[in-house]
Design a binder for this molecule. Sequence first.
Ligand code: ATP
Length: 283
Amino acid sequence: MQMSAAPSTVPPAQASTAQASAARAVELDRASVVFGRGAGAVTALAPTTLRIGHGAFVALVGPSGCGKSTILKLVSSLLRPSDGSVVVGGREASVRALRIGMAFQNPTLLPWLTIERNVMLPLKIVPPFRHDFRRERTRAFRDRVHALLARVGLQDFAGHYPWQLSGGMLQRANLCRALIHEPDLLLLDEPFGALDQFTREELWQDLQALYLERRPTVLLVTHDLREAGYLATRICVMSPRPGRIISDRPIDLPQPRDIDLIYRPDFVEMTQSLRELIAQVRK
Ligand SMILES: Nc1ncnc2c1ncn2[C@@H]1O[C@H](COP(=O)(O)OP(=O)(O)OP(=O)(O)O)[C@@H](O)[C@H]1O
């Protein structure tokens, strides 16, 4: 097993040039976000440059309030940068050049729809699928939903309602909904934060398998350094006040990764060095 050296701490201006790539899924160029004005202004994100190639799995880690979710919101165009630019799939983020899937800490499944219907929703809304949906080619879509639910062990729960499922099952269904329309870009904001360790590890394995199947570009915000190390091909560490990327390193471990990896000494050493870096910037 090859583990890359301890994280390199780099000056902010160069922090994200580590993975220059011709074909980029996401490109932040000195993008910053300031909330409010004057004395009450809060800089959520200092000018940040971050380039992510297609198919990369990037984890954003760092202490609370350092701007991780702000970056996700910029990429999903829920927020516009106060300065600088955010380009997704070669176009300004708001243009939606890539198909995007999203999952957050609290699964936002609609309580009045079955799991099957919830997971099917993006097919109803997102082009090009919605065209076929209107033409009532729903049988193929239903098969597709059932196949994906089966991949995460929910084959017997398609007809259940969200309130009939456990937290882990809900989060599995939530992941299915984020992936059903085969997104090019998957944005995950602490999707497993509320789960117990065993369920979390199971879901890491599910997510890894689903990622390796189609290799969408993934941007994962997490507080769990083992989650970041197990899943990501690259980890960016952020520091707060103002939010910025202070370390950007590849995770040179072959995939698929065995879950036992997270208990191996060199992996523990790697997560420990990240932990120390974050502890320093929290002070
Ligand atoms: N709408 C807003 N108005 C004012 N300040 C905001 C707003 N949204 C976020 N902030 C501030 O911007 C900073 C970055 O917030 P952000 O949610 O991106 O952090 P985070 O790293 O995702 O935090 P956490 O890990 O706790 O979720 C924080 O200081 C936060 O208080």
